[in-house]
Write a protein that binds this ligand. Sequence first.
Ligand code: HEC
Ligand code: HEC
Length: 234
Amino acid sequence: MNRWIFPALLLALAACSPQTELTDPVARGERDFNGLGCVKCHQIGDKGHAWGPDLTMLGFRKSEAWIDQWLKDPHAWNPKTVMPNFNLKDAARADLVAYLSAQKGQSWAVKPWTTAEAAALPAAERGKIIFNSVGCVSCHAKDGYGGYPNNNVAGGLVNSLTKVTEGYSKAELHAKIKGGAIPIPSDSSKPLPMLQMPKWGDQLNEKEIDAVVEYLYTLAPKGAPGAKPSKDDF
Ligand code: HEC
Ligand code: HEC
């Protein structure tokens, strides 16, 4: 190849590139979220695919510090995760963290549990949609089995919810979900637990919390003695 053609081609390509410089980290993060293919597995609002957790409310349930750590190396937090490590540069990761932390549910035109179809369902089934959409599932796992890692808590895992009927009346469960809880660290000399039970009363109304309570109550039979979750469940 003529030694000038290659650089000339590169220049031409650079000139055609539609990358206008975005000054807002949130906008850059959104561009990269779409460009890197995160949307193949994740949904934000009505866009993307719900193969992995729905991220529409990620910024409410997870801290910036946790999101940053997760994107840096998902397997360091959860060795079993199927989420790939994208080996992101620090600047690109910071933009994604800015975009994802800003996701507090505003991207839903219609919340998935308030559609006409969902409204006609029994409360427990509507509660299941809430559980999965707002992301209880991202900490307590599918059907509340628990098992996702958390640092510095007894057992090193977020607790299972399959036996809450044994410890809580419906009213107590409602209050717990509404008010949230900071887990008690198992070792005071180590960093505080990064996953905390959010104060859902800031995001869900009384009826929505009641529906979630009804759903959690349906989980109890699966936690019956001897019934162990399979490893494929999370
Ligand atoms: C191949 C599918 C896949 C791709 C692609 C993918 N993820 Fe994930 N991601 C997952 C799965 C699955 C989980 C849930 C963790 C688990 O159970 O393994 C997850 C978890 C997450 C979480 C934590 C979710 C929560 O609710 O706490 C964040 C944040 C996240 N991914 C961001 C991203 C970003 C940003 C990208 C693109 C750079 C991306 N993911 C690409 C599959 C994927
Ligand atoms: C960011 C992670 C996270 C998310 C998201 C989350 N939780 Fe929790 N949840 C926790 C942690 C950690 C605890 C343990 C708190 C403690 O030690 O008291 C907990 C505790 C609970 C408990 C008390 C269980 C018990 O055995 O005492 C209930 C009930 C519960 N969560 C329900 C929910 C529901 C319903 C949602 C969604 C609306 C939800 N959680 C979302 C982390 C989370």
